[in-house]
Design a protein. Sequence first.
Length: 66
Amino acid sequence: MVTREAIVRAANRYDTVMAWAFRRALGIARRAGKRKGSGAGKAVERLRYAGLEECMANRGRSPEER
């Protein structure tokens, strides 16, 4: 089992949506350190999911139809 302290350390290490959710769930208001975010986490998330919308697009036809 992962300890709460390990989750807190991991959540404080990253600036991603998942880390934000963990910090909120653990009751940590903000990251320690600088108060203003650089937005790097959002940019990383945007790159990670780039093209996903196109991949999952359903244009009213089945993939089996040609």
